[in-house]
Design a protein around this ligand. Structure first.
Ligand code: RIB
Ligand code: CA
Length: 319
């Protein structure tokens, strides 16, 4: 069993990643922190609690609200991708009697700031925790600035972020999480904890097709939530990416913690462009074999897409 921390900007694929992590016996989610990104941090926190409520599990991890804005840059959200509520519009779904299908969550937030919850939890489990970051790295960087020695007691950091040999999704060269807070990304890359990046190079190799979601046979609260939360997210992909499905950037990053054999990676020296006009947020590394004389991260370069989708189906689409 692997103890993990999740740091999310809970949008749709973050929500699916939380479901995958919580329904995988290989993992124990010790805490979830939220950060401004896909949506404002208050909505990311609400969306995280609402997601956890769909699991109908008795024991749930503490959830705390973290940093609202990037370290230096203004916040950029992705509401056009994840909906006005950041969760695919599910908070607007009404039942025939006019009541909300997904009302505001009854679950409460941990009173601590997300950065404090991160640091406190690492103090409880020194050298044991895998931190999985699926949003801009603002909370993680703030924790490093605040207490670098404590953060070095993390076992590893898995990051959904970057684009190396493919186009970006926010600019031609930059992936969203890194683009939103490039300064934080560079701080995390230099913090001395083993870092693995899961970039668009691999996450764009996997598509969850709408036909598969619609074919979920089991009825139940979770299956209905997965259908509801992916509906508008799929519409975006139909319009912008030309396929009737959706990318699963964040669940793939969680899957790396569940089964590291699902992805291939190489050692590299990764730097982040923090000042360029045209290249802000670009992740720069020479991935040619033997070209990196120094390294600061592993970069995932390949994925067994079918084995990942089988794992995701089994854990999340099985209702
Ligand atoms: O670029 C994709 C990443 O940015 C995903 O984590 C998505 O949820 C957004 O945070
Ligand atoms: Ca995310």
């Amino acid at each position: 069993m692997k103890r993990i921390l999740l740091d999310c900007d809970t949008g749709v694929d973050d929500s699916l990643a939380i479901l995958l992590a919580m329904r995988s016996p290989e993992l124990r989610v010790e805490a979830i922190t939220t950060v401004g990104g896909n949506t404002q941090v208050d909505h990311a926190a609400r969306n995280t609690l609402l997601t956890l409520e769909q699991l109908e599990q008795d024991v749930l991890p503490p959830v705390a609200k973290g940093e609202a804005n990037p370290i230096e840059r203004p916040l950029l959200t992705a509401l056009e991708v994840h909906g006005g509520d950041g969760l695919g519009g599910v908070t607007r779904i009404l039942e025939p009697d006019g009541s909300r299908r997904y009302p505001e969550p009854r679950l409460g937030l941990d009173p601590r700031h997300g950065v404090d919850l991160l640091l406190d939890t690492i103090g409880r489990f020194p050298d044991e925790l895998t931190l999985i970051a699926t949003g801009p790295l603002t909370n993680v960087a703030r924790a490093i600035i605040r207490n670098p020695a404590r953060m070095r007691r993390l076992r590893e950091i898995l990051i959904m972020g970057g684009a190396f040999r493919v186009y970006g999704n926010t600019t031609p060269v930059a992936e969203f999480n890194v683009f939103v807070d490039p300064h934080a990304a560079q701080i995390v890359l230099d913090c001395g904890v083993p870092v693995t990046l899961v970039p668009l190079d691999v996450t764009h190799q996997v598509c969850l097709m709408q036909s598969e979601v619609n074919a979920i046979e089991v009825e139940g609260r979770l299956a209905r939530f997965v259908r509801d939360v992916t509906r508008e997210y799929t519409e975006y992909h139909i319009e912008q990416d030309g396929f009737a499905g959706c990318y699963l950037h964040d669940p793939i990053t969680v899957a790396l913690a569940i089964d590291p054999t699902l992805l291939e990676s190489v050692e590299a020296y990764v730097q982040v462009e923090t000042a360029g006009d045209l290249t802000l947020g670009q992740t720069v590394a020479d991935l040619r074999p033997g070209k990196s004389t120094r390294t600061n991260a592993r970069v995932c370069t390949g994925i067994d897409a079918e084995r990942f989708l089988a794992l995701f189906r089994n854990r999340v689409l099985s209702g």
